[in-house]
Ligand binder design. Sequence first.
Ligand SMILES: NC(=O)c1ccc[n+]([C@@H]2O[C@H](COP(=O)([O-])OP(=O)(O)OC[C@H]3O[C@@H](n4cnc5c(N)ncnc54)[C@H](O)[C@@H]3O)[C@@H](O)[C@H]2O)c1
Length: 332
Amino acid sequence: MSFRWGIAGFGWVARDHMLPAIAAAGHELVGVADPSPAARIRAEQAGTPAWSGMHDLLQQRPDAIYIATPNHLHLPPVAEAAASGTAILCEKPIAATLDQAEALVSAARGITYGTAFDQRHHPAHRAIRKEVAAGTIGQVTAVRIAYACWVDPAWRPPGQVEASNWRADPQAAGGGAVIDLALHGLDLAEMLVGEPLDRLQITLQRRVHDYPVDDGGMLIGRFASGALLQSHVAYNCPEVLPRRRLEILGDRGMIVALDTMGQSAGGSAELICGRSGTGRSIPFDPGLSPFTAQALAFAAAVSGAAHDFCGERDLRLMRLFTAAHEEARGCL
Ligand SMILES: NC(=O)c1ccc[n+]([C@@H]2O[C@H](COP(=O)([O-])OP(=O)(O)OC[C@H]3O[C@@H](n4cnc5c(N)ncnc54)[C@H](O)[C@@H]3O)[C@@H](O)[C@H]2O)c1
């Protein structure tokens, strides 16, 4: 019998990325909960029943609920799904504030819970992790990330003219470009290096766009072993420019991945030898999207397989992030 998903919040990411991932994984979507009539019409047009509240959705007894509401609205559907004992895959960041995140992870204790850091499931990143763990680039010295896009005040998710730009609302989003984009890279870097970050500093900018949140930021951090992290994220980068780059530097080599960070399949990953300077590509499945891989991994986790979803780990990262983010917001 195929794995049965419910979705709370049928907006951009659910419709454009999770819906196709559920189909590609060979899973079933039992229905959608969304208070927006326009979102429910889009769900019905996509062939799935839709209700305004969680109660009707949970009555379908899905194997897992995927939560894709705006950041400050993650907690209520998570609490409702958790109370019914349903497994939960909740979008990142865990919530708009640390208090909400603490309450959310606490509510989800005892059930299978994962934060939807889809990028750790991208097949290129899984292949890179294997190379790093095998010591191919030697001792990791630094991870360098560039991850940027364009979100101006008038930005709306594709096909959602009725929507508001909650990403530029400090209460709804919890911040701007940095809280939206940087946690992907921090989580991914921890997965690739195989250890947690123990220091983090953030500098924010409001450089291009006229809204009350940051439109870019630079993060520097250090892992427990001493490896460094540098990450630049932005909402002020024209999307035709190169803007998704990941580098892992070691004392015997380097890995460079282009266009693997994001929601889509594909991109490239190259391993460069630290003695000869020659490169070879790292093979991975170019057709497997990080969302499909994540759906498959979460279904396996719910079925009892070994997995690396962990609410407590995600909460620890959120605590480290929030301390640095609050200090940076004070200087914006
Ligand atoms: N992993 C990724 O790459 C990725 C990409 C985009 C967005 N996201 C995250 O996904 C979440 C949603 O983002 P989006 O761009 O799809 O937003 P969106 O605004 O397009 O969609 C949110 C939907 O949630 C609905 N909603 C609001 N309150 C609700 C409730 N109580 N119960 C059910 N539905 C409710 C809204 O009506 C809307 O349809 C955010 O947390 C965002 O950070 C993650």
